[in-house]
Design a protein around this ligand. Structure first.
Ligand SMILES: [Zn+2]
Length: 588
């Protein structure tokens, strides 16, 4: 259950690690010395050589940086890990600074000679170059870019920090089993998923009542960040507040319009699931604090590490033997850290190791079904890395968030299939289906409310109205109700729900939300296709994952015969959800 990071480096001695980090910076500076102010004069062959050198540099030093970072996330109390992680961060920053000129000069070169993009010599980098060119019209002069960085430091970044620091220093008084406790935000929210309904209700009530008291702080932050973004859109020539994120996600407006239209059309399906869940919980209607609650009579199945491995490997193996073999290899080569221990980073992640054509996974395995799902999810990311690193250069593995979750969510569905096949009791099936449908509902529909909400804030500012706390709360409730209708009872204080979402406050990260909706529905549609086509679908999914970012999401779907700008494609994902909901109803 403990990973072996030594495979990432030739020598784990800290002095040798530090030496390798130094040479990483020196090698980057050599690239700069050779190419600075020279890119404008490159022909196709010269450009190819530069891109290959840059990719080679990434692969050459990826292991050592990963070693330091992963060691630290596995134990942040370890002094050696702290030092190495800090050294790796500094070295990476210096490499970033040294090589920052490449994209700028490349942008200029491609603007002057766009024919380079279609030059046959550069075929493997075609889409990488297209993406750089798409950003060029929105870049400013070097002086202006530097001024923006300076402005952000004490502007939007400071507002973001204020929101985060303020939230993490709030404490809440709550009575638990007859005892009054004072808990920080991170702890009290743990009770949202308590089996005790009254405790769930009180935890929600107390948190949001208190957050609402500081409405002036939350609103000042969110308003400043939104207004700043609108001004930057004007300066950078972005036609809409969403454009910046569309470019980052390699997607177009029409696709997102179709996606959101499909969501609006199908809110009734989600509401149907919520009513069924209420019935199962013995309630007339769900309250907001029941949305992610565990089922009252769900069987508590305990999963040992070995059993989890068997389930997950089996699920992937049933899909494809090569993929199943790689999943098993992740366990066999000890690339997964599952032990629960102090000093370890919370949550779970998968970190691709391109040079090793593999990946590393961190999770805290608590033997619950949700941990088995987390494992299946992260291993799906690992499979994406296995396939991608075998087919692509690092420049073609900068996968945007719409596609990045394809392997992982697909893996969860494969696990669901395996578990459902084995489940004998109704209660077991309900628990499995609730797991998958709760997540689908949250990522697809609840997150859509956040898309509507974010858009409505920009619309309000552009109409010349002022965003005060009351207005923002009203916008949130309106967006939320578009999704939930009258299927859920909300505590009145839930109008302050937006205050705690760090994403709304993140600088230069607007509309973080729709990629989640995209990813869920995209994978549900792919899964539906798998159910229709059977084994002949397997190589198609493998090809999609192996393509990395060398093609746009639009092209990836087109290769499967779909047009993601058309609502018909998204309806396919909805159809798959409907099938799960029907199954859920049959097992009530
Ligand atoms: Zn993920």
């Amino acid at each position: 259950m403990i990973w072996d990071l030594s495979q990432l480096v030739e020598n784990t001695d800290p002095t040798s690690i530090q030496k390798k980090l130094k040479s990483m910076v020196i090698e980057a500076e050599k690239i700069r010395d050779k190419y600075y102010c020279e890119i404008g004069g490159l022909d196709a062959k010269g450009l190819l050589e530069l891109l290959r050198i840059k990719d080679f540099h990434t692969l050459q030093f990826e292991g050592v940086v990963k070693y330091c970072r992963l060691m630290y996330s596995a134990d942040s109390t370890n002094d050696v890990a702290k030092q190495l992680n800090d050294a790796a961060r500094r070295a990476s920053m210096r490499v970033g600074q040294a090589l920052a000129f490449i994209d700028i000069e490349l942008g200029k070169l491609l603007t002057e000679k766009p024919s380079l993009i279609t030059d046959s010599v550069l075929t493997e980098y075609k889409h990488y170059l297209e993406r750089i060119l798409r950003r060029v019209p929105h870049l400013l002069s070097e002086t202006e870019e530097r001024l923006i960085i300076m402005k952000d430091k004490n502007g939007i970044n400071a507002w973001q920090m204020l929101q985060s620091d303020w939230l993490s220093t709030r404490t809440f008084n709550i009575e638990i089993e007859g005892e009054m406790k004072t808990l920080p935000y991170g702890e009290i929210i743990g009770f949202y998923q308590s089996p005790d309904r009254d405790l769930r209700k009180r935890a929600n009530q107390i948190v949001y009542q208190n957050l609402g008291k500081d409405e002036i702080i939350w609103t000042s932050a969110i308003r400043s960040i939104c207004e700043d973004h609108l001004q930057i859109c004007e300066i950078r020539n972005y036609p809409t507040p969403m454009t910046q994120s569309l470019i980052a996600n390699d997607i177009n407006q029409q696709t997102i319009d179709s996606l959101m239209k499909t969501i609006k059309k199908n809110v009734g399906l989600y509401q149907r699931y919520l009513r069924l869940k209420a019935k199962l919980m013995g309630l007339v209607k769900l309250a907001n604090y029941d949305l992610v609650a565990p089922l009252p009579n769900a069987p508590e199945i305990d999963y040992a590490w070995g059993e989890s491995r068997k389930e997950v490997v089996g699920a992937y193996m049933a899909f494809d033997e090569e993929i199943g073999g790689w999943v098993d290899e992740m366990f066999e080569r000890r690339h997964i850290d599952g032990e629960v221990r102090k000093g370890k980073r919370s949550g779970a992640f998968c970190s691709s190791w391109l040079a090793g054509k593999s990946a590393y996974i961190l999770q805290s395995f608590n033997r619950r079904i949700s941990d088995v799902y987390t494992q299946a999810h992260e291993l799906g990311h690992a499979i994406h890395a296995y396939l991608g690193s075998r087919a692509q250069k690092p420049s073609n593995l900068e996968i945007g968030s719409c596609i990045a979750e394809t392997g992982s969510i697909f893996g969860e569905l494969l696990l669901t299939e395996g578990l459902l096949f084995k489940a004998k009791l109704k209660g077991e099936k309900q628990a499995i289906l609730t797991n998958i449908l709760d997540e689908f509902g949250m990522a697809t529909f609840q997150v859509s409310a956040r898309v509507f909400f974010e858009q409505s804030m920009y619309d309000t500012i552009e109409r010349g109205e002022f965003l005060d706390g009351k207005t923002v709360a009203k916008l949130w409730v309106a967006a939320r109700n578009k999704i939930y209708g009258d299927s859920v009872n909300w505590l009145d204080v839930m109008r302050w729900e937006w205050t705690m979402k760090p994403h709304y406050y993140r600088a230069n990260y607007r509309f973080y939300n729709y990629p989640y909706v995209f990813a869920q529905l995209f994978v549900f549609a792919l899964y539906k296709l798998y159910k229709e086509q059977g084994k002949s679908f397997v190589p198609k999914l493998k090809k999609l994952l192996a393509t990395g970012s060398s093609k746009s999401p639009h092209e990836l779907a087109a290769e499967l015969g779909f047009d993601i700008t058309n609502e018909r494609f998204w309806e396919k994902g909805i159809k798959q959800a409907e099938e799960f909901i029907n199954m859920f109803e049959e097992n009530l």
